[in-house]
Ligand binder design. Structure first.
Ligand code: M6R
Length: 365
């Protein structure tokens, strides 16, 4: 069952090129330069009438929602908010009936996500779900949605479901964009970039040995910071959560520039900062943030593009991943962060697949 891997988590990390292919299979339409879905159950007219979206989820799925927010705003120019389902279910935000709720969940059974969805449905909002488990409660109760087709995820720490959620959100952003102002050329370019993704993820997995070596250097640290900006801010949150839940090390994710507003006080020689710093619009800014950490003696582990020079020159340790379009960076950069968390947890003797105090799906409030 484990196919030669010591843990489900590692097996699932290595399945990602295939799970990402599965998330895209049959959904890219080059003729129309868009993404197509079988089960949205909302026609083009209804989708064009949507004036705002609320994405709701818990944990790692909430992080993919944050990535989706940037994607939908960029491609579809729709206002998006991302809400913790546990908060949304007890809030009563004033919303027009043209606000669409999108629930994101691996299991389809997370009670807070289900309750938030029911509450929005009661108020007459159209409700879609991105879900992995076919026939789950959330899949059944939503008006329509998109399955991840990632296959069973056994490890409590979500890995392949997360990257598949990001892919499906990109497809959805493309679909919504093409119903609005996204041009044919822009749609085709996004499809090209998506089609190149599985191979980029395969190459990102080659960072396994480097991640294991770096894990050996820092496994005894008790605090980590994870820092990134724009598309890589959710990646910082996700990297920190992965480390926290399986290795029991205290880790915090922040937008890199926020560190000056408090977290930089934590920096010392025993507190590594993991920077997600691929090339892109905010590259120079993140480098400046890295320099501030180095100036205070903090070790920096940098996730950079294969060809990177400037960020790597400042970092203490470097993990290289293939360069991809900005909106796909969260997927490619998540891979070494999953591997880093995995190897640190193994070195600390933790039960990687079944971390203490956690259940795979949280079905009680
Ligand atoms: O099944 P869901 O996606 O609804 O689960 C949501 C969270 O409970 C889940 O992502 C949790 O945070 C994971 N353990 C993270 O790895």
């Amino acid at each position: 069952e484990l196919g030669g891997y010591p843990h489900y988590m590692l097996k699932e990390i290595f399945e990602q090129p295939e799970s990402i292919r599965a998330a895209m299979r049959g959904r890219l339409d080059r003729d129309q330069a868009t993404a197509v879905f079988g089960g949205l159950n909302l026609d083009a007219r209804r989708l064009r009438g949507i004036d705002r979206m609320i994405l709701t989820a818990c944990g790692t799925s909430w992080h993919s929602g944050l990535v989706g927010e940037y994607m939908i705003e960029e491609f579809a120019r729709l206002p998006v908010e991302v809400e913790y389902a546990s908060e949304l279910r007890y809030r009563n935000p004033p919303l027009s009936s043209d606000t669409l709720l999108l629930a994101i969940t691996q299991s389809g059974e997370t009670i807070d996500t289900l309750a938030a969805m029911r509450e929005m449905k009661r108020k007459g909002h159209p409700v879609l779900a991105i879900c992995n488990v076919v026939g789950s409660s959330i899949a059944r109760e939503s008006d329509g949605g998109v399955y991840l087709h990632a296959g069973p995820e056994i490890g409590v720490a979500s890995t392949k479901a997360y990257t598949s959620q990001c892919v499906v959100l990109a497809l959805l952003a493309l679909h919504l964009g093409r119903l609005r102002h996204l041009s044919y050329e822009a749609g085709l370019r996004i499809i090209d970039e998506l089609e190149a993704l599985p191979e980029a993820v395969e190459r990102a997995l080659e960072s396994n040995d480097v991640a294991r070596r770096i894990a050996g250097l820092y496994a005894s640290c008790e605090n980590f910071l994870y820092l990134g900006r724009q598309y890589n801010f959710p990646t910082a949150l996700e990297g920190a959560l992965k480390l926290k839940e399986i290795s029991y090390i205290h880790a915090e994710g922040y937008p890199a520039a926020e560190m000056k507003h408090g977290p930089i006080a934590l920096v010392d020689e025993a507190t590594p900062s993991v920077f997600i710093v691929p090339q892109g619009g905010v590259y120079d800014k993140v480098i400046a943030n890295m320099e501030e950490i180095r100036a205070r003696g903090g070790p920096v582990i940098a996730i950079v593009d294969e060809q990177d020079e400037r960020a790597s020159a400042i970092a203490t340790e470097v993990i290289r991943v293939p360069a991809v379009a900005d909106f796909l960076q969260p997927i490619v950069t998540a891979i070494p962060l999953q591997l880093l968390a995995y190897h640190i947890a193994v070195l600390r003797g933790c039960d990687v697949d079944k971390p203490r105090n956690l259940a795979k799906s949280v079905t009680v409030e």
